[in-house]
Design a protein around this ligand. Structure first.
Ligand code: 4AD
Ligand code: MG
Length: 439
């Protein structure tokens, strides 16, 4: 490797040691004949002192250039300890500096921690935007969320699957598909792994999960919709009802928030986020929610979904009453849910379904599925779908199908809500929406 140490690694204990650091120039401050260079890499920032000779040589270094610094670790006097950086108790007495790659001026966006540059322009220059510690931190947390998700589902005996993204057609009513030429046919990009996760539960794996890309040709311009996002989907067999699925989802979020609090301490501090691990997530029937919302002057007709405003109001209510950032909304109207949902015996207008709302935004939708072929066919017909045309899906229910259910969550939305970000675009490296296909 080019370096002996990272920029966040050195302490008093390394005093006198000869080291080589490489990174980006954060700032170069000339003070009379000498200068101070702040060198940054993924681990932190180190101050490098340049004497007059080196200062003369480096007068053309530009911010964000990549440089290599060789020198000796020097302990700073107590009074001069820099509290603003991790390695504030030391600095490097530079003996050699080499420019590896010079950055052009001016930079297309500023890379200061606090910036007012619009998210669109920042995404246009995402590779530079990520040089900012706070932005970088978001993606370190996202990566940990994905890691703890894998830990949790493997611990619970779920098998990780990868289902096709090139498909014949989807089952998520309401969600539009992207069509593309596929040799002599037209293919659709998968808008959820729904049919496949059911298939592999029934096939005998019993418990499956997938973290994968989901495509939705939605023309929405909101702070919560993307046309390409990462789904966290799971499906499980031999359930008694949808509450068994909710139990797993609840345990997942308890585990996730506890583990992220531990593994992302520095990042959460930097982003000023304090996580509130749920003890018990309230489960409220949609009819009850309608009453709660009515008192808040928000009317949701009987056959309707909760809209964004309703979700926000509901979250506020739950936060106040139950001190919880999460809430399950149960029993969504049959009219609004796809045909594969199971309906409660005593209420054909409802479904054995739930949404999970986190700090005012839906992050998950789940349900018990209909596994009895006769009823499933009737339900498909009611929704104007001919199951005979979806032969491979119909067939999975013909040779022994356990009662089952599952949930679809969004990694981007979980990251957005967990970190209190104001736009889903902050939580994904390169967002895709109706206007954006690059970079
Ligand atoms: O609510 P959705 O559409 O549900 C399904 O896909 C079902 N197959 C789930 C199931 O197992 N029954 O999508 C699931 C989750 C949403 O709650 C949200 O977190 C995320 O996927 N999601 C989106 N995220 C970003 N942009 C979009 N356009 C999204 N659409 C859904
Ligand atoms: Mg949903």
């Amino acid at each position: 490797m080019l370096r002996t140490h990272s920029c966040g690694e050195l302490t008093k204990k390394n005093e006198g040691k000869k080291v080589t650091l490489v990174g980006w120039v954060k700032t170069l401050r000339v003070q009379g004949k000498v200068s101070f260079l702040l060198l940054r890499d993924r681990d932190g920032i180190t101050q490098c002192f340049l004497n007059d000779e080196l200062t003369k040589k480096t007068s053309d270094i530009t911010p964000e250039s990549v440089v290599l610094v060789e020198g000796k670790v020097k302990v700073r006097p107590d009074k001069q300890i820099r509290k603003d950086i991790k390695t504030g108790e030391i600095e490097i007495e530079t003996s050699k500096i080499e420019i590896i790659s010079k950055a052009e001026v001016p930079l297309p966006i500023e890379v200061e921690e606090e910036t007012t540059t619009h998210i669109d322009k920042r995404v246009d220059n995402r590779f530079l935007d990520l040089r900012r510690d706070k932005v970088n931190a978001i993606f370190r947390v996202r990566s940990k969320i994905a890691q703890h998700t894998v830990e949790f589902f493997s611990k619970e005996g779920f098998v990780n699957i990868n289902s096709p993204k090139l498909t014949e057609s989807g089952v998520e009513s309401g969600a539009e598909e992207f069509k593309l030429p596929y040799f002599k046919k037209t293919a659709s990009l998968a808008q959820s792994p729904q049919v496949y996760k059911q298939m592999f539960v029934i096939s005998g794996l019993e418990r499956v999960y997938e973290i994968g890309t989901v495509f939705r040709a939605e023309k929405s311009h909101t702070t919560r919709h993307l046309t390409e996002f990462t789904g966290i989907d799971m499906e499980m067999g031999f359930i008694e009802n949808e509450h068994d699925v909710m139990d797993v989802v609840e345990n997942y979020f308890k585990y996730l928030l506890t583990e992220v609090s531990k593994s992302c301490k520095e990042e959460l501090e930097l982003l000023k986020v304090k996580l509130n691990v749920p003890k018990k997530i309230p489960r409220l029937d949609i009819s009850e929610i309608r009453k709660i919302l009515k008192e808040k002057k928000k009317n949701i007709p009987e056959d309707d979904d909760l809209d964004a405003e309703a979700e926000k109001l509901l979250s506020e209510y739950v936060k106040e009453k139950y001190k919880c950032d999460f809430v399950f909304a149960l029993n969504y109207p049959w009219k609004k849910r796809p045909f594969y949902h199971m309906r409660p015996e005593n209420n054909p207008k409802g479904t054995r379904s739930f949404d999970l709302i986190y700090n005012g935004v839906e992050i998950g939708t789940g349900a018990q599925r209909e596994h009895r072929l006769e009823i499933l066919e009737k339900q498909a017909k009611e929704k104007g779908i001919d199951l005979k045309k979806m032969k491979f899906y119909r067939d999975i229910f013909r040779f022994g199908a356990p009662p089952h259910g599952g949930v679809g969550l969004g990694l981007d939305r979980i990251t957005e809500q967990l970190l209190n970000l104001d736009n889903i675009r902050e939580a994904i490296l390169l967002p895709r929406d109706p206007e954006r296909l690059t970079p």
